[in-house]
Design a binder for this molecule. Sequence first.
Ligand code: HEM
Length: 399
Amino acid sequence: MASDSAAADRFRFNPYIPAFDADPFPAYQRLRDEFPAFWSEEAGMWVLSRYDDVLAALQDWRTYSSAQGNLVDELPGRAGATLGSSDPPRHDRMRALIQKAMLKSALEHVIEPLREAARGHTAKLAGRKSFDFVAEYSAPLTLDLIFALFDLPGEQRETVREKAVLMTQTDPELRGKGPSQLAAYGWMAEFAAQLVAERKRNPGSDLLSNFITAEIDGESLLDREVQLTVTTLIMAGIESMSGFLSMLGYNLAAMPDVRRALAADPSLIPDAIEESLRFNTSAQRFRRCLTRDIELHGQPMKAGDFVMLCYGSANRDNRKFVDPDHYDLARKPKGHLGFGGGVHACLGSALARLACKVAMEEWLAAMPDFSLATDTLSWIPSSNFRSPKSLIVNAFRLS
Ligand code: HEM
């Protein structure tokens, strides 16, 4: 299975080393330039890193299947049952139902309350010299959004966040999900089951109720599909949103020119969101399983082999983007893979774009000037996501 070249034997790609996410980009570059189809012993799967290869895989779900699960380290029982872990036609049926539910729960319904919540969080920071952007802004604001979207019980806020964050993590020693991640998943599945049962008895106008009652051609979702999809939506919504918002905060703290440009002209915020999705998105790596033997860049790959698709690397490919390691606010990157692509492209992308815009508008109105307070960051241990555990920033001015 392993590549037979001597160079490939020396090169290792191990996303389980805790320090890997401090700077994965040099390893991605070597992969793209020297080992475009690389067998990683540590991950136990092939790694695709070039833009064209990742895009081609996303567009060919028949060969690159999600039905064995799309998380690099999959959770038990999810394979084949949720949106992200199933193939068409089953996937399309579920996706159409959720899209219908998402449309019904008009996004404005959650966006204005989100703006109010953002103002509440920044108001609490007035007068402070430094604070944690993750613990005091991106994480609580994401909870405001997801709790409003699903109308979740407020008293469970902290537990739900703790479990959602744990579920996306990986045990670096075990190179997979460990006991605490599995226990968190069990808790969330039980939480989702109770919610689904309760909404069936008392349906409301939230996304979850719409989702349970949505029908296409008289067909609704099976209980298990609803429950596992709700579990995944809460996990995906919380970690993806809060992780990406944290990366936006990080970019603005680390790049004063960009921050000043946005503070002076907030209409540029959507451009910063797109460039951040390209430059250093939080959703870095997802998994597929080959359904047939193929050969790519001279490497024979077998049916049943897992393949890691590195969106974070594809977005830095100079075969696709000019000067890709440069953050260019004026770039307006077409075709970036920050939200994936093909049939599994992120279903929450419109909501996420809108929510990030509101979050950054409110943050920059209160805090046009801030900087990183530490030289080093610690990153959540995850084979899929890259985002800081905390982001301590110094305030220059908070009105
Ligand atoms: C900025 C924040 C977000 C980012 C960067 C992000 C990123 C992604 C990516 C890369 C995928 C593709 C996964 C794959 O290829 O297997 C995905 C799928 C998905 N995302 Fe997001 N996401 C974000 C926010 C959200 C939110 C807020 C929700 C919902 C509340 C959501 C729901 C989903 C769902 C349901 C899928 C699976 C779609 C399918 O398989 O058809 N995401 N997301």
